[in-house]
Design a protein around this ligand. Structure first.
Ligand SMILES: NC(=O)c1ccc[n+]([C@@H]2O[C@H](COP(=O)([O-])OP(=O)(O)OC[C@H]3O[C@@H](n4cnc5c(N)ncnc54)[C@H](OP(=O)(O)O)[C@@H]3O)[C@@H](O)[C@H]2O)c1
Length: 176
């Protein structure tokens, strides 16, 4: 944050996109994976928001974008913890938006819910069966991450008095 402010004089937006998805059945007891998902997918977002909030509040402007997932909208076997970290964002980002509106700080909040996007995300799955199931789904449906970049660009380009709170984005042919 300090580096960005030094270079550009102000801070306009933060995109909280880091995350991992080591899915597995709960009975596999991959507790290290569970904790890692909480640390990155939830605490990473909290740390990012805590880092920008003082500046955004003082500026009375700022934009927080975060990447949830369609797993944050629908439950599915193998995704209990990952999905939980992504459901968290729905509540957190909505309350961030509401509180900012109440406090007159003009902080915009947008949550993106992607479906299958071809990235390195599947490399984080340590459970082999889960990995091969999800990989075949991505081989069939996955689309380029550039599609998400276009949504982020669209959101950032909107006038300061306008926000789209949520985008659900994915392959047109994926029945997610
Ligand atoms: N791909 C999909 O189909 C899909 C669908 C729905 C939601 N999402 C979400 O989209 C977001 C981006 O994931 P992706 O698909 O682009 O996967 P990715 O290619 O694996 O990228 C994940 C990113 O998270 C970063 N990251 C992981 N652990 C980190 C840590 N401890 N500290 C800082 N950065 C960390 C990684 O940085 P390094 O490379 O430096 O480790 C990497 O840049 C995630 O939140 C994911 O849950 C993806």
């Amino acid at each position: 944050m300090a580096q960005a402010k030094n270079k550009f004089g102000r801070l306009d937006a933060i995109f909280l996109n880091a995350g991992l998805m080591p899915n597995s059945m709960l009975s596999a007891l991959k507790t290290d994976d569970w904790h890692q998902m909480v640390d990155v997918n939830i605490k990473g977002v909290l740390n990012g928001v805590a880092a920008v909030l003082p500046t955004f509040t003082a500026q009375k402007s700022g934009y927080v974008l975060a990447t949830s997932s369609v797993a944050g909208l629908k439950a599915y076997p193998g995704g209990a913890v990952y999905g939980g970290t992504k459901w968290f964002l729905r509540d957190f980002m909505e309350v961030l938006r509401m509180e900012s509106a109440m406090e007159g700080t003009n902080i915009r909040a947008t949550t993106i819910y992607p479906a299958a996007i071809n990235t390195e995300l599947l490399d984080t799955i340590s459970d082999q069966k889960t990995a091969s199931n999800i990989r075949s789904l991505y081989d069939r449906y996955g689309i380029s991450p550039e599609r998400i970049a276009r949504v982020v660009e669209f959101a950032l380009d909107l006038p300061d008095d306008t926000v789209v709170n949520e985008f659900t984005v994915g392959p047109a042919n994926q029945p997610w």
